[in-house]
Design a protein around this ligand. Structure first.
Ligand code: SF4
Ligand code: SF4
Length: 188
């Protein structure tokens, strides 16, 4: 089975500090928008007190990427380690990938009239370093999974309530779910 890198997001550890999102922006000097990585607060409507759970999401480098299938100019490619790359120079800004991706990962840059997204810091991966977001997390809530095929799953889940149907693209992400109950992204 081919190797597949992925992200582990621990909702019990994440403190919503945005360090991962800021580290991504700093690494690639991106504009205020798009946001390749985004931190969301989770909500639990039935709890009588304010909840304190967050998740940090970016491209999921899916096993079966919808973005790659619809791009008319071949701007997307999938590496042997599973990273889904987007070639910014090749992109013509047609936005088909933004419509095909269930997770809103590819985002349109109005200024450049092209789409862009997380490339999982592949240059760092090639140097055996961690992605900028993972390295910046002060509490270990965001981790790199070197190969999902050999990742132990008992304490983790493949999706959270409100997460789009994972059978469409098979996203390469695992979550440590919140203990308090069924919590969803505030914006879902
Ligand atoms: S999350 Fe979206 S952009 Fe990323 S690989 Fe999957 S389908 Fe493509
Ligand atoms: S850096 Fe870590 S703790 Fe802070 S928002 Fe990102 S994942 Fe959560």
């Amino acid at each position: 089975m081919a190797k597949q890198l992925g992200f582990l997001v621990d909702t019990e550890k994440c403190i919503g500090c945005f360090s991962c999102e800021m580290a991504c922006k700093n690494e690639y000097q991106t504009e205020v928008k798009p946001r390749w990585r985004r931190v969301y607060q989770l909500r639990e409507a039935s709890l009588p007190y304010p909840e304190r759970n967050f998740i940090s999401l970016a491209c999921h480098h899916c096993a079966d990427p919808a973005c790659l299938k619809v791009c008319p100019v071949g701007a997307y490619s999938k590496r042997e380690d599973g990273i889904v790359l987007h070639d910014h120079a090749r992109c013509i800004g047609c936005r088909l990938c933004t419509m095909a991706c269930p997770y809103g990962a590819p985002q349109y840059n109005e200024k450049e009239r092209r789409v862009e997204k997380c490339n999982l810091c592949y240059q760092k991966i090639d140097r055996n370093e961690e992605p900028a977001c993972v390295a910046a997390c002060p509490v270990g809530a965001l981790q790199l999974i070197r190969d999902l095929n050999s990742f132990p799953e008992p304490s983790t889940v493949k999706e959270l309530p409100g997460f789009p149907d994972i059978t469409i693209t098979r996203p390469s992400i695992r979550f440590v779910p919140p203990r308090a109950g069924v919590q969803m992204r505030r914006d879902v």
